[in-house]
Ligand binder design. Structure first.
Ligand SMILES: [Zn+2]
Length: 843
């Protein structure tokens, strides 16, 4: 929760700063807004399934217009989606999306929390979702979130009564919320949590509905609205010069890896809340009606409220520091109240405001991004008071241990700077994302420490506390130690200070395919994270795999330097799948981790420790043709996968597409969603089809339905209609219905066994209509649904072949699924069969 508290007052910084890595400033408007929030003691919790599900218009309205403490519980971190801005997928995508959610909350003023549920990919029903998630486990997390956050009102993004109409994760999130609403106050439910949390009964549960959920605007107009609240979220904030909807658009535009950059809107806009549980407010525009949201809510609160309401009423925009004494007096009174929940929250808010009105700059930073256990590192401590108030820095503590004990008066605008050397204790834990430290299941993360469950990030290893004294009252202000530096082309940058192992090792490919039994040299790069690090490296391989000279010694002088070692790996004679992992031994300590960095401008740089391992697959694969042209769409790793089995893959720049330029390839492949995202294809499509006509093979991977440029009557040479049909069960039965077609015979014989071991799904956006020229090859279905034949279609055109496939090769190939490689190789080889036979006859 630390970042939330630290960021409490930074909800409004977006006006001047849109990147996450620059220091924050506070204007009197920001401070005033924070005081308004300080004087509102009400809490709202928004619940949905994924990063981007949240309605930022409503979150911003609750947080900034009503001034409520507002949380978003996203059950998952969005691991299962795709990434429009970089290579991160799966767990790493979840880390990036976690940070995008935090960036969105910094803008809209909300707080962010999670459950242990993993976004395992598209799910058609909540029944399937709850089975894979382990319903009891995730329900316990929702109950725990409610018990900790103590919301007065809960708002579901999705309808719990309409399974099958949206992603199963969505409906499941609403169903769990409805159940948890009653369980949170039940002492017999999840009683193991009660040491860490208290029972709590929220007052009201709403569903954030809209006309969309009713099917049409007309149907919504006619619907019974007796249980509907109607809030206008278009509030204009004159002190910010911004409308609530503008803030909301900036917040949701933080979801850049999902392509959510969007236009800002302004003016009156309605949001509807349907009451599901609890009492119906008389005033149909106030979800908090009848709930005491003033300081009198807590015992001993009246007197605090009297002081703070006066500060709000008489706020001095020219010199906010005049309120310091009152704020400190309120803080002292707050320390005496017995309600620990509000005491904790309001103390942190008050301290942020005290810091802001006094123009305090309190900071602890390092000159290096990371360090490791037992290393000595220097912390730079800086304290500056930019008001004319007499504030004394009594002491400075690092993780609770006093380090500076001689009191110093913080004179107006005179900086106090200190350097403190710290030996990092050998027991210090790595700062990597806590939910990735253990191996999870398909549906859930494994988190050993129950105190971490629900947190958005791993708590930082080092905190510095500045004990301030003003008017005889001690005010401890705690900051995370950060790494700061200047980048010549960007300016000052802040990023988290990390604790990492002494060295880590990296295997470049996540999957290595052996197309035959020849050995391959496997490069492993060791990176030192301290000076003078030495030890040994060895490779752990499966029984059937052989390795020459398995143990090698390494010795790296300088922190940050790398050394690459090669291991000669021989696969078994027959098909096999295994894992290889790299193990470093340094002073008897084994390190099995790889260090991955995620760096973008809109989120703080992330350092993640992942297992240093790679899947190895021995295939018996045959292929025809060698040179493949690839037109990249939204981004996928298919080209690298094809190179692994020996193809030469050239990336084709869309501007260079012509019949002539395509004809040098044995086949041309279009990457996923190419027609959705590459506008230029609308001018180049004719050359692609001409290439087929003249004897080429074109393979088009999935595009989403109806989203390409108007110029396309059709993306195929014949009628082909892409639908939303998908088969999400990766284990669903597949029938080969065109048994004699080359696609399942040449050069690799495809059998049912080739559809074993697929990951996440079979495929998506299958066509549901096609002209008679197309031959459907496969038939498949999800449980309880009609079968679809649109997953793999081939049509001859002129002298060549056109193939359209919604099968998820972009997932299966990088995951090293043998059957997917064989089928893809057959697609690339299509037509080469006859060619070879002709040559044989000639010869
Ligand atoms: Zn979603």
């Amino acid at each position: 929760m630390r970042h939330i508290l630290v960021c409490f007052i930074c909800g409004f910084y977006f006006v001047s700063t849109l990147t996450a890595q620059v220091p924050k400033t506070t204007s009197p408007s920001d401070i005033y807004h924070s005081i308004q929030k300080l004087n509102f003691l009400g809490t709202a919790l928004y619940i949905a399934a994924h990063p981007d599900d949240e309605n930022t218009r409503l979150i911003s309205y609750l947080s900034n217009s009503l001034h409520a403490r507002t949380g978003y519980l996203s059950l998952t971190r969005g691991d299962g989606g795709q990434n429009l801005i970089g290579p991160e997928l799966r767990e790493l995508l979840g880390v990036l999306r976690t940070q995008e959610l935090l960036a969105a909350r910094r803008v809209d003023g909300g707080e962010q929390m999670f459950s242990r549920a993993n976004d395992f990919g598209y799910s058609k029903t909540p029944k399937e979702t709850l089975k894979i998630w382990d319903k009891e486990l995730i329900l316990s997390d929702v109950v725990s979130a409610i018990r900790k956050f103590k919301p007065d009102i809960i708002i579901n993004r999705f309808d719990h009564r309409t399974p099958g109409t949206t992603h199963g994760h969505h409906t499941a999130s609403a169903m769990l919320s409805v159940e948890a609403f009653d369980l949170a106050n039940d002492p017999n439910a999840y009683s193991d949590q009660l040491g860490r949390t208290d029972l709590w009964q929220p007052r009201r549960l709403f569903f954030n509905t809209s006309w969309w959920f009713y099917g049409s605007q007309e149907k919504f107009k006619k619907a019974d609205k007796s249980k509907l609240l109607n809030v206008d979220i278009g509030t204009y904030y004159p002190m910010l010069g911004m409308s609530n909807n503008e803030i909301a658009a900036i917040a949701s535009s933080q979801h850049l890896c999902q392509g959510f950059g969007r236009l800002r809107t302004r003016g009156s806009e309605q949001e509807y809340l349907e009451l599901l549980k609890g009492d119906l407010p008389q005033e149909k525009s106030d979800p908090f009606e009848g709930i005491n949201t003033t300081w009198s809510r807590i015992e001993g609160g009246d007197e605090i409220g009297k002081i703070l309401n006066k500060v709000e009423a008489e706020f001095n925009f020219k010199d906010p520091s005049v309120h310091l004494s009152d704020l400190v007096r309120a803080y002292a009174l707050l320390q005496k109240v017995t309600d620990t929940h509000w005491k904790r929250i309001k103390s942190e808010e008050l301290k942020s405001i005290i810091e802001a009105v006094a123009g305090l700059h309190l900071e602890a930073f390092t000159n290096q991004p990371f360090s490791n256990a037992s290393e000595t590192i220097e912390f730079n401590i800086e304290a500056l008071n930019r008001s004319n108030k007499e504030i004394v820095l009594e002491s400075v503590l690092i993780n609770g241990q006093p380090k500076i004990t001689e009191p110093k008066t913080l004179k107006n605008n005179v900086s106090i700077k200190n350097k403190i050397s710290i030996e990092i204790p050998s027991t210090t834990k790595y700062t990597s994302p806590y939910w990735l430290m253990e191996t999870g299941t398909l549906g859930t993360y494994t988190v050993k420490d129950p105190n971490l469950i629900g947190k958005s990030e791993t708590p930082r290893a080092f905190k510095v506390t500045f004990d301030l004294m003003y008017d005889g009252i001690k005010i401890p202000i705690t900051k995370n130690v950060v790494y700061k530096y200047a980048k010549p082309d960007k300016g000052e940058i802040y990023q988290p200070f990390e604790i990492v192992p002494e060295a880590t090792s990296h295997l470049k490919d996540k999957v290595i395919i052996f197309a035959d039994d020849s050995p391959k040299l496997i490069p492993i790069t060791i990176k030192a994270h301290k000076n003078k690090v030495s030890g040994s490296i060895r490779l752990n391989v499966g029984d059937k795999w052989k390795i020459d000279s398995n143990i090698q010694q390494f010795n790296i002088e300088k922190k940050g330097d790398e050394q690459t070692f090669y291991f000669n790996l021989t696969p078994p004679g027959s098909e096999d799948e295994s894992k290889i992992s790299s193990i470093l031994t340094i002073n008897g300590k084994k390190i099995t981790k790889d260090l991955v960095t995620i760096a973008y401008d809109h989120v703080p740089t992330q350092t993640i420790l992942m297992p240093a391992e790679t899947k190895v697959v021995r295939l018996n694969i045959r292929k025809s043709g060698q040179n493949i042209g690839y037109i990249m769409g939204a981004g996928d790793e298919v080209p690298t996968s094809l190179e692994q089995i020996g193809y030469t893959v050239h990336s084709i720049d869309p501007s260079e597409i012509s019949l002539n330029s395509l004809q040098k390839y044995d086949a041309v492949v279009l990457g996923i969603r190419a027609y959705n995202v590459v506008n230029e294809l609308s001018f180049k499509q004719k050359y692609i089809l001409e290439y087929v006509k003249e004897g080429g093979t074109v393979i088009v991977q999935y595009n989403t339905a109806g989203r390409w440029a108007d110029q396309f009557d059709n993306i195929a040479p014949y009628e082909l209609k892409v639908s939303r049909d998908r088969v999400t069960d990766e284990n669903s039965e597949v029938k080969i219905i065109a048994k004699d077609n080359d696609l399942v015979n040449y050069p690799n014989k495809i059998t049912n066994k080739d559809f074993e071991g697929w990951v996440q799904e079979r495929g998506l956006y299958f066509p549901d209509k096609w002209s008679k020229e197309f031959t459907p090859i496969l038939e498949m279905k999800d449980e309880g649904e009609p079968a679809t034949k649109g997953s793999l279609l081939i049509a001859p055109y002129g002298k060549g072949n056109y193939i359209y496939t919604g099968l998820s090769f972009f997932r299966e190939l990088p995951a090293g699924v043998p059957g997917a490689y064989k089928l893809f190789s057959n697609m690339l080889s299509v037509g080469k069969n006859k060619l070879e036979n002709k040559e044989k006859v000639k010869g």
